[in-house]
Design a binder for this molecule. Structure first.
Ligand code: UDP
Length: 349
């Protein structure tokens, strides 16, 4: 059976993609993840859901020699999905070199190995952050929307990452690539057995909501109530993690079946619906039946007012259809939080 190598296989999106790859039954899945920001327990969760145990190499993707050993151990690798990256915007401002080194060196290593070991299909986790602060008239963003200077070192690593792939693809006829620009991935596996597990205090909205509702955090601050949106809070395009994972399988097929129209293509992955922070909270309260303790506070520096996607290109070319709406996202995130709480209670007793 051919193998797909994923980096970040124990992370939030990587673990969901691993489940789907195993369930599809066409590939073996091998992962590289150093567990810097994820838990090895994800291997148990993937197995509980898919019935398959993923082999994970706990190495740093920045260690070229170690990565080469993985490729040598698996001569049947036919595709690489490169999820592994640091992703906290605020941390990237404090530690830019850490972000540039980690996110760019790992990417360069994976591309170099694809070329060296004749792996023709490469998928990269990019982000809507490449569009920067977009004027309202330009919404929704399509792949033709001009990318602007990134607002943070994290964003810059995604923009540079896309550029690195572009230059690399021009220089080789051995590798084809796709960059998937995620909007705001949220939610959890519908079983409630796999989801995001932030280490420490979360930065992102949905884990912050579910942890506050569980009493693990005291209160959620809505960052900004004076934006020019329908209720004054910032607007984003939330997309279910399962839908995001689906797109990777479709993108792999698209490349492997030679349906690509260029050696390197980029696709937006969003639902196409803008949801404000206050609407997200209301959806959560409805899905969970829990009243959330929140207050409206100051804007968070670096936040854009609103962004949402036109994902028709991914629909048209990859055949990607989203299956879940904001209510499903919140319901599954809550189910997962309750599961995490149960596990913690067991550990404490
Ligand atoms: N947000 C918020 N309170 C929080 C965390 C996030 O109001 O504690 C808002 C944030 O300002 C943004 C939206 O929720 O408008 C999504 O933020 P997140 O960090 O999840 O993703 P981002 O869009 O920044 O990548």
């Amino acid at each position: 059976m051919a193998t797909i190598l994923i980096t970040g296989g124990t992370g939030y999106i990587g673990s969901h993609a691993a489940i789907q790859l195993f369930e599809q039954g066409r590939f073996n899945v091998v992962s590289i993840d150093n567990q810097l920001r994820s838990s090895i327990k994800a291997l148990d969760r993937i197995e509980a859901i898919s019935g398959r145990r993923m082999t994970n190499y706990s190495i740093d993707a920045c260690d070229l020699h170690a990565v080469e050993e993985v490729f040598e151990a698996h001569p049947d690798i036919v595709g690489v999905i490169h999820f592994a990256a640091l992703k906290a915007v605020g941390e990237s401002v404090e530690h830019p070199l850490f972000y540039y080194r980690n996110n760019l060196e790992s990417l360069v290593n994976m591309l170099a190995c694809c070329e060296k070991y004749h792996v023709a299909n490469f998928i990269f986790s990019s982000s809507c952050t490449v569009y920067g602060d977009i004027a309202v008239e330009e919404l929704p963003v399509t792949e033709k929307t001009i990318t602007t200077e990134a607002a943070s070192p994290y964003g810059a690593t995604k923009l540079m990452g896309e550029r690195i792939i572009q230059d690399f693809i021009v220089s080789t006829d051995k590798v084809k690539a796709i960059a998937l620009r995620y909007f705001n991935p949220v939610g959890a596996h519908e079983s409630g057995l796999n989801g995001e597990e932030p280490i420490g205090r979360p930065n992102n909205l949905v884990p912050y909501i579910t942890m506050t509702a569980s009493g693990l955090l005291e209160q959620l601050t809505v960052f900004g109530g004076d934006y020019n949106t329908r209720d004054g809070s910032a607007l984003r395009d939330y997309i279910h993690v399962t839908d995001i994972a689906d797109a990777h399988l479709l993108a792999l097929d698209y490349l492997m079946e030679g349906r690509n129209t260029a050696p390197y293509e980029r696709f937006n992955l969003g639902s196409g619906n803008g949801v404000t922070v206050l609407e997200a909270i209301a959806a959560f309260e409805k899905a969970s039946g829990v009243k959330l303790n929140y207050r409206v506070g100051d804007r968070r520096p670096g936040d854009v007012e609103q962004i949402y996607s036109d994902s028709s290109l991914a629909k048209e070319k990859l055949g990607w259809e989203t299956k879940y709406d904001i209510n499903d996202m919140m319901a599954s995130a809550w189910k997962w939080q309750l599961e995490l709480n149960k596990t913690k209670e067991k550990q404490q007793s």
